[in-house]
Design a protein around this ligand. Structure first.
Ligand SMILES: Nc1ncnc2c1ncn2[C@@H]1O[C@H](COP(=O)(O)OP(=O)(O)O)[C@@H](O)[C@H]1O
Ligand SMILES: [Mg+2]
Length: 237
């Protein structure tokens, strides 16, 4: 396959990416990552190894210092911040460890937000679409509640609905079950995966759980800013 052909089918493509926070040493070194449409990939690795930084670069929240990041076929380096923001809003949904819902908005209003930012649907259609997405995560009856009136697991389900409602091609999830007890975490993980599979978007998920990671299509390990296929590092026995 030629280079254009291989890039065209990729939701996310990182080539030889390096990154340092201002005034700090390099945090990511020569990272290569290709994520195909609908592919679900886990990243595992120690705290501080660079996993969240990698997701920030994938979302175009930080520009890479070296190498190339392409989101939905577009090289981020060629875009100014406003264009990167537009591309992110259209193509990406993000799920955070600590939910990051807007506390003064209801569950439904939180889920409507991406539609306001990324589409030109009118308010009635936004409300309808958001309500359907909330029902899909099992919260149809709690649409009018504010985040503090919801459990942690319910808040994360709202966040999953918010990440998916505008039909992005890529979901980035940074330890989405890290703030939940293990049973709730399992339920939320299963729901996230089910919803991602149902909508056909790709998933890049950071987790500390080898069990959860093993249920995705591929597992990558981040080690001191180097990303490697976990299969590749398994010592021969
Ligand atoms: N905003 C920042 N400014 C400076 N250094 C940072 C910042 N965020 C993270 N780091 C550093 O970058 C490294 C990687 O962090 P991070 O990507 O958050 O790792 P992980 O998500 O794997 O725990 C760590 O050494 C961390 O201290
Ligand atoms: Mg992190």
């Amino acid at each position: 396959m030629d280079e254009q052909g291989s890039v065209a089918g990729m939701v996310l493509s990182m080539t030889d990416v390096g990154f340092a926070y201002p005034g700090e040493g390099e945090v990511l070194h020569g990272v290569d990552l290709e994520l195909g449409a609908g592919e679900c990939v886990a990243i595992v690795g120690e705290s501080g190894s660079g996993k969240s930084t990698l997701l920030h670069l994938a979302a175009g929240l930080e520009p890479a210092d070296a190498g190339t990041v392409r989101l939905a076929g577009q090289a981020l380096a060629g875009l100014d911040e406003a264009a990167r923001t537009r591309l992110r809003r259209a193509q990406v949904g993000i799920v955070f460890q600590s939910f990051h819902l807007i506390p003064t908005l209801t569950a439904l209003e939180n889920v409507m937000l991406p539609l306001e930012l990324a589409t030109d649907l009118d308010a009635a259609l936004r409300r309808e679409r958001a309500a359907a997405q909330l029902a899909a995560v099992g919260l149809g009856d709690k649409a009018g509640r504010e985040p503090e009136q919801l459990s942690g697991g319910e808040q994360q389900r709202v966040a999953i609905a918010r990440a998916l409602v505008h039909r992005p091609t890529l979901i980035l999830a940074d330890e989405p079950t890290g703030n939940l007890d293990s049973r709730t975490g399992e339920e939320v993980f299963a729901l996230l995966l089910e919803q991602v599979r149902a909508t056909g978007c790709a998933l890049l998920l950071v987790t500390h759980s080898d069990d959860l990671a093993g249920r995705l299509d591929r597992v990558l390990r981040m080690q001191d800013g180097h990303l490697q296929d976990r299969a590749a590092e398994t010592p021969a026995t």
